[in-house]
Write a protein that binds this ligand. Structure first.
Ligand code: LMR
Length: 400
């Protein structure tokens, strides 16, 4: 009965790892998926995560009961505080509902399913380009996806004018997906002044912001600075959604821990929204897993662990920034044609190199360097030892 099923292509991002795993070369390098590596090229479990886990394991009173449909209550409260700020008026006024979801993707999907059922506008505008999974998540949830201009290949920076024009001509009430910081895949973020202009425009047109916050702490190394765009939109009293992930900033990739928050007009609406979110979640996966959320809650609740976390997070962000500098210097030293200053200017885990798909294919074939075909490289996968190899490959790709 399944013989008609055609083979689907691998995922454009996760498929890169599949191809990498099959390559026997000792010099192979995976710069595809955005997953942090140490300068020795190894995955990193944060010390605070190890400590929290140890204490959780030692606590014999902890059981493995089901969580509520909305997840771990402490985790939800602390996650809202992390993104909106401890003194957020929306939290104080009980206008925020937060539900624990399966990392960023799950949070986006639950939010989108809710919007498709209960919001009067079904169109969501996403930046061009954006994370490859975004259009699929929103389309399958029942929303209709349109794009707004975001990236300018000529400057390898923001096409701010294009962004304002496209958002400005969106129909009233449309949903707009915004990357809270460290835009994926471009590494290009608006300045705070530009954010303020975007906010004014969106509020004047009644557009609904849906923030994807997958990198809080990774852009600047500061959790508060990276949350500023979201907080600007909360401070004006308006509504919004935000999807949070702890994959990158706590290194909890495989734990699938994240949260969806919806900021509502008042506490009564927030309560009703939450009741409907439960109806979205229950038939999908009943309730979320307990382990990752317990780790996060443990760290966010304990002042010492929290402080240690911020230090480890900053160290990850700083290592990525130093990789940017090292790669830039290595290309300059080789006299590689082109202006590579965007490598230092872009923000977060990724550099959008400007290499085309043929150049990427060449680098994979000849240098065993794996990256997405749009020319995005995960700076977090690079190390001092592998920078020369990557620089050689880029040099060869652009001069051949
Ligand atoms: C990425 O863009 O590499 C990450 O967000 C991982 C993923 O799931 O695609």
């Amino acid at each position: 009965v399944f013989s008609h099923v055609v083979r689907a292509p691998e995922d454009p991002i996760l498929g890169v790892t599949v191809a990498y795993n099959k390559d026997p070369s000792p010099v192979k390098l995976n710069l595809g998926v955005g997953a942090y590596r140490t300068d020795e090229g190894k995955p990193l479990v944060l010390n605070v995560v190890r400590k929290a886990e140890q204490q959780l394991v030692n606590d014999r009173s902890r059981v493995k009961e089901y969580l509520p449909i909305t997840g771990l209550a402490d985790f939800n409260k602390l996650s809202a505080k992390l993104i909106f700020g401890a003194d957020s008026p929306a939290i104080q006024e009980n206008r925020v509902t937060t539900v624990q979801c399966l990392s960023g993707t799950g949070s986006l999907r639950v939010g989108a399913e809710f919007l498709a059922r209960h919001y009067h506008q079904r169109t969501i505008y996403i930046p061009q380009p954006t994370w490859g999974n975004h259009p699929k998540v929103f389309t399958l949830a029942g929303l209709s996806v349109k794009t707004y201009r975001y990236y300018d290949p000529a400057t390898r920076g923001l096409n701010f004018q294009g962004l304002l024009e496209d958002i400005g001509s969106a129909p009233s009430g449309a949903i707009v997906l915004l990357h809270a910081c460290a835009h994926n895949p471009t590494g290009v973020d608006p300045t705070l002044q530009q954010w303020e202009n975007i906010r004014k425009l969106m509020r004047s047109k009644g557009l609904l912001p849906f923030f994807d916050s997958a990198y809080q702490g990774f852009a600047s190394g500061s959790l508060d600075s990276d949350a500023k765009p979201v907080r600007m939109f909360v401070a004006d009293g308006g509504e919004l959604l935000v999807a949070q992930s702890y994959a990158k900033n706590m290194g909890l990739y495989g734990e699938r821990v994240g949260a969806l928050s919806i900021v509502c007009r008042n506490a009564d609406v927030a309560g009703r929204v939450e009741s409907q979110l439960k109806l979205v979640i229950r038939p999908m996966y009943s309730n979320p897993p307990i382990h990752g959320a317990s780790i996060v809650a443990f760290i966010l609740k304990d002042r010492n662990l929290y402080n240690e976390w911020t230090i480890e997070l900053k160290a990850m962000a700083d290592r990525i920034i130093s990789m940017r500098r090292q790669l830039f210097d290595a290309l300059r030293a080789r006299g590689t044609p082109g202006d590579w200053s965007h490598i230092i200017k872009q923000i977060g885990m990724f550099t959008f190199t400007g290499l085309n798909s043929a150049q990427v294919a060449f680098m994979t074939k000849e240098y065993h360097i794996y990256m997405t075909s749009d020319g995005r490289i995960s700076m977090a996968g690079l190390s001092s030892k592998t920078v020369p190899h990557l620089a050689d490959a880029i040099h060869a790709a652009v001069t051949r």
